[in-house]
Design a protein around this ligand. Structure first.
Ligand code: ADP
Ligand code: MG
Length: 688
């Protein structure tokens, strides 16, 4: 049977020799030795036997034990890759890329050939790829083309404890695949939590434990709550650096902005320390960091120096950094939350869970006993942190996933086999939103438009905008704007010492109107006209890296347009209104109106929202009465990010089934004596 073949192949592989130059052979041997020192290596045979004996296997092991990098290689070494590719999902793109790079090095192959990765807008695989790392979202997309995962012999759903929306949906789909494909092997791997829940869900699947080597971690709390955790973190880093024995530091922040701020302060303050203090190597790590800079965190720290990694919760379990002895945990992370009543999704800085706090602390005890500084009180830990993080599926907008499931022919979503079902209200809202977008008909069936929308790897709102671009003759413009919005938030560069110049440069793109979206379109158009010049980017305070990424994404949108037979019509920059209308046709949920108080309120739910300070409209003297926004981000206030002015009448034209004329009355247009005017405005703001 297969198992015997598999074991014989193992011996053959082990015996193979190479004829490479001495240095390369040596480097290879070092890597091979490193592999053998990982905790998982001692369990290689047992693991392979467990896979042979079980169709679904739940693997539990400490972060850093070698699950992600080693298990797929072991399976390859014994021949599973001859039966089909070995897939491994990751919740985060950075992890998929970094792990694939590491494994290709360990296997001594070119990344993108035998070992590759696939993340949204970037496919680094070939027809030779046998070990494929991918984001969970990409595997979900693959289901659309290959519902039985026919090209895979093994699928490993990694980092299962993260319980991302996509992972949870994959659970349901893959459980089904396992039923009708006896030959496929499924591995659910997770850090040390929730093993029983996974096993129960997969019909009492066997659990395989990889005992980890971990050392004690001393946990220290602050005596009083910290008013400014960023500053407290920086001070703790410097104190640790000056007073503690060697060992690297890992600090957890919530996102790129905090990390960049901490990076800057640390650079400044270490400058003043003088030469008697050891060197402090500062390494930021977050999702949109370019990969060359990401690689820096894995470089061994030179003797006499100390490394401090400033990371997000990506460093909790997805990436293992060796040599960390000190962890500084500010106790927060950014979490998506969704209000199904208002239909608005926001990214909110939230306290982490106790389970996350334990994972973070654990990072300090991998090589020797370590210390974890929690920048919150023991009382807060006990009383303010939830025990476990709520699975994303219970707190997120399901629209995109519901569209995908509908495309897969799964109609009865209320009875779909979710590990933890989303609240019915969330599903109902998603269905309503898809209906409002025209992706579903009134019987909840996928429409032709919906089928085309599902082809695009982006939010249904954006794919709707792109497809409606056809009606307004501006598909090219909508895909450019979509690409710019998908490329990340860092299109404009704003160095502190040249902030005024940077702001002027940004405002130049706003000339001609149309708010942030049209400004982004002008940036891309001018950059294209400059022949994609880096110099142009530099002169205009635009990030060349974001632009190149936008261009790649745009190229992919182009290909997809061909696939759904959508003509690339264009109006250039001449018809601002056509472009605004097309974008608005996807985002008509996200509208706000200037209230008599001078604040913006969302049109449907009268929620107070603010124009984000980075918007080209943020400093207008006369603010537009009506706005459409791309998303809400909650930091100190609820901010609308990327906004453009609209005419209320467009909403009737674009979404007649969603808006009624009476909601779109502009109270301030009717000039009245001041007192009456205010009363009327207040009444109009709150019609019920
Ligand atoms: P797990 O999935 O169990 O958390 P991994 O397989 O990710 O463990 O990591 C095993 C080891 O491989 C870690 O000790 C880490 O040092 C090393 N490693 C992983 N990725 C990289 C990388 N990109 N560069 C260098 N070393 C890496
Ligand atoms: Mg891992």
């Amino acid at each position: 049977g297969v198992d015997d073949d598999v074991r014989r192949d193992d011996e053959k592989n082990a015996a193979s020799s190479s004829s490479k130059p001495a240095a390369a052979v040596e480097a290879k041997e070092v890597l091979a030795e490193t592999r053998k020192r990982l905790p998982v290596f001692a369990y290689r045979t047992e693991f392979l036997e467990a896979v042979a004996d079980n169709q679904v296997l739940v693997v539990i092991g400490e972060t850093g034990s070698g699950k992600t990098t080693q298990l797929p290689q072991y399976l390859h070494e014994v021949g599973y890759s001859k039966l089909g590719a070995i897939g491994c999902t990751q919740p985060r793109r950075v992890a998929a890329m970094s792990v694939a790079a590491r494994v290709s090095k360990e296997m001594d192959v070119v990344l993108g050939r035998e070992v590759g990765y696939s993340i949204r807008f970037e496919d680094c695989t070939s027809k030779d790829t046998i070990l494929k790392y991918m984001t969970d979202g990409m595997l979900l997309r693959e289901f659309l083309g290959e519902p039985d995962l026919g090209s895979y012999s093994v699928m490993m759903i990694d980092e299962a404890h993260e319980r991302t929306l996509h992972t949870d949906v994959l659970f349901g789909l893959i459980k089904d695949v396992a039923r009708f494909r006896e030959d496929i092997k499924i591995i659910i791997s997770s850090a040390t939590m929730n093993a029983d829940a996974f096993s129960t869900y997969f019909d009492d699947a066997a659990i395989f434990n990889i005992p980890g080597r971990t050392y004690d971690v001393e946990i220290l709390y602050t005596k009083a709550p910290e008013a400014d955790y960023l500053d407290a973190a920086v001070v703790t880093v410097l104190q640790t650096h000056i007073t503690q024995p060697p060992g690297d530091i890992l600090v957890f922040f919530t996102g790129q902005e905090e990390i960049e701020a901490a990076d800057e302060i640390l650079h400044e303050r270490t400058k003043g320390l003088g030469s008697r203090i050891k060197e402090l190597i500062i390494c930021p790590i977050y999702a949109s960091l370019p990969s060359e800079m990401q690689a820096k965190i894995f470089e061994p720290t030179p003797p006499g120096a100390r490394k401090v990694v400033l990371g997000t919760n990506i460093a909790e379990t997805s990436l293992t950094i060796d040599g960390i002895c000190f962890v500084i945990d500010a106790g927060f992370c950014k979490q998506k939350t969704y209000n199904p009543r208002s239909g608005v999704e926001s990214l909110i800085v939230t306290p982490i869970s106790q389970a996350q706090a334990a994972q973070r602390a654990g990072r300090a005890g991998r090589t020797r006993p370590g210390t974890c500084f929690r920048l919150y009180t023991a009382w807060a830990y006990q009383h303010e942190l939830e025990e476990n993080t709520v699975p994303e599926i219970q707190r997120t907008n399901m629209t995109s996933v519901v569209l995908m499931l509908k495309s897969l022919g799964i109609h009865d979503l209320l009875h779909f086999d979710f590990m933890d079902p989303p609240p019915a209200e969330m599903l109902v809202r998603a269905l309503e939103q898809l209906y409002a977008l025209g992706a579903l008909n009134d019987r909840g069936e996928l429409t032709k438009l919906g089928r085309r929308m599902a082809e695009f790897p982006c939010d249904p709102q954006l794919s709707k905008s792109i497809l409606v671009g056809d009606k307004y003759g501006c598909v090219a413009e909508t895909i450019t704007i979509g690409a710019m919005l998908s490329a990340g938030n860092a299109v404009f560069h704003r160095p502190k010492d040249r902030a005024v110049h940077a702001d002027n440069a940004r405002m130049n793109f706003a000339r001609g109107g149309g708010g942030d979206h049209l400004a982004l379109l002008r940036v891309f158009t001018e950059w294209t006209d400059s022949d994609y010049s880096t110099q142009w980017c530099y002169e205009n305070y635009v990030q060349a890296r974001s632009m190149m990424r936008a261009r790649d994404i745009r190229d992919q949108f182009n290909l997809l347009c061909e696939r759904v037979e959508l003509e690339l019509s264009t109006v250039g920059l001449s018809d601002v209104q056509a472009v605004q209308k097309a974008v608005c046709a996807g985002y008509f949920y996200n509208t706000a109106k200037l209230a008599s108080s001078g604040e913006y309120k969302t049109v449907k739910h009268h929620h107070t929202v603010f124009v984000h300070p980075s918007s080209v409209l943020a400093n207008e003297d006369v603010m537009p009465r009506w706005l459409c926004f791309h998303e809400l981000a909650f930091t100190t206030k609820e901010y609308m990010r990327h906004v453009f002015p609209i005419e209320p009448q467009w909403l009737i034209e674009i979404a007649p089934h969603y808006y009624q004329q009476k909601e779109l009355v502009d109270a301030r247009k009717h000039k009245m004596p001041k007192s009456q005017g205010l009363a009327a405005a207040a009444a109009a703001d709150n019609p019920r």
